[in-house]
Ligand binder design. Sequence first.
Ligand SMILES: Nc1ncnc2c1ncn2[C@@H]1O[C@H](COP(=O)(O)OP(=O)(O)OP(=O)(O)O)[C@@H](O)[C@H]1O
Ligand SMILES: [Mg+2]
Length: 525
Amino acid sequence: MSSISAIHAMSGVDRFQKLVDTIKDCAIFMLDTEGHVISWNSGAERLVGYSELEILGRHFSCFYTREDIAEGVPEHILNTARQSGHLETEGWRVRKDGSRFRAMVIMDPIFENGTLFGFAKFTRDISLKIKAEQDLLGAREALRNAQRMDVLGRLTSGVAHEFGNLLAVLRSGTERLARADLADQDRSDSQKFLIETIDHATSLTSQLLNFSRGQPLRPEQFDLIDRLLAMRPLLETMLGDSITLKMQLVPELVPVDTDRHQFETAIVNLIVNAREAMIDEIGVKDCVVTLTVGSANEIPEHLASLPPGGSYVTISVSDNGPGINKSILPVIFEPFFTTKRQRSGAGLGLSQVQGFARQSGGDVEVSSAIGKGTTFALHLPRVRRRIVNPIAIDTLPPSYAEDCELSGSVLLVEDNARTADSSLALLEDIGLKTTWARNAEEALTKLQQSEENYDLVLTDVVMPGMSGIALARTIGRRWPQKPVILTSGYSNELAAGHGGELELLQKPYNRKTLLSTLQRHLLAQ
Ligand SMILES: Nc1ncnc2c1ncn2[C@@H]1O[C@H](COP(=O)(O)OP(=O)(O)OP(=O)(O)O)[C@@H](O)[C@H]1O
Ligand SMILES: [Mg+2]
């Protein structure tokens, strides 16, 4: 008899038994209404270790761990299957030899003419699957850790490298200044050079803070198209004669609410990158950078971190340069990643762009093809409201000559004696009378004693005890007419958006910024 005709010759019950026995990696068996085993397949024997003879009539709780039995899990499972008509669960089960395995269990009650007859039970060993999942998770975590260490290593050596160079310049410059025989012109050149170096260090710190999103944004509403048009001459100069700048802008107002200065820096960083990428290509083809503004109401899938339903505007900067190698695409936004060591690139441009975009509630993405070019798309949340009274820097009082002096008295609140010394000297240098308070509490006592002695309070933000923000708010309540200006290099409080209503003077500040910040208050009095 052929095997097919042998199967046909079997009764339905035999055929079913054959089927159930053939399944070797699953236990398929039946329980009576109380939970005693009344049928057993070879898969069950393989999985749990009991032969049919050994197990028939035994209560199915013998497959459960001692802890589960103590907690009444077997009864609970029977009751749930009985009441809900179906049960699927996962848990630890015990073999005949006492070893445990992770099981996926399905249990269904069997009814005959409406009466409960027993339960059908299906158990599968999923230990290997779980282990494979855990191994995969472990491998991913290990990879992530390795990547984190890699980024951290690059970051640390980048900071050490950049600041090491700057400190070397500052040291030799200061030593030079100390020389008595230095000619006046050399002294003035050295001073200028030192100041430029300090400014460079300041902008590096600010770029790093941007990346860590620790730099508080100073949001203002402005029209993006207006800004880009105003920046056009600057961008064209940056690109030079050999690269054409094309602008494709929508003919409407595109209001955004973000830090205008940071926005401009991000655009400049993208344009400079495009130029540097194409500069070697000159003569080979027509080099073009295209700046496009278009709405992006559809958020790309990989930017799912952006809140859905938001309205975004996309500013794209495309070049037809050499493109970016696939192998470095995942790391180009990391701080200090650069392929331009010879050109003394710091590798901070794109980290500023990304930090700014994310802190503004948007994101940036890149697409690139070797030999064809690169496009960076900056997505920023769009403001629905009409632009009301944009506070543009241009509308502030005209800047004053550097040798201008002010009059008045300033209460300086600063916990660091060295910083206080230099700030007091700078304040006195521009003609102001000064008083120093070491902390907020001391400042309040001084104001309490004679509030009219101080025309303005200039306070550090991070101080032991009461913070500068709390101090400014207290002064605002007690002496509402007293101008208070915060000054800080970095503060968690500011980065978290606190004190947004208060004026901030970014540290380190120079004479010019100090003067133009204070004059608005002192001249107004
Ligand atoms: N438009 C582009 N075309 C090709 N490569 C690019 C482009 N923009 C960025 N890159 C690559 O990404 C790297 C990182 O860019 P990023 O702006 O962060 O740093 P950098 O330009 O090297 O230095 P920095 O901007 O601090 O002067 C660059 O070194 C370059 O390899
Ligand atoms: Mg760059």
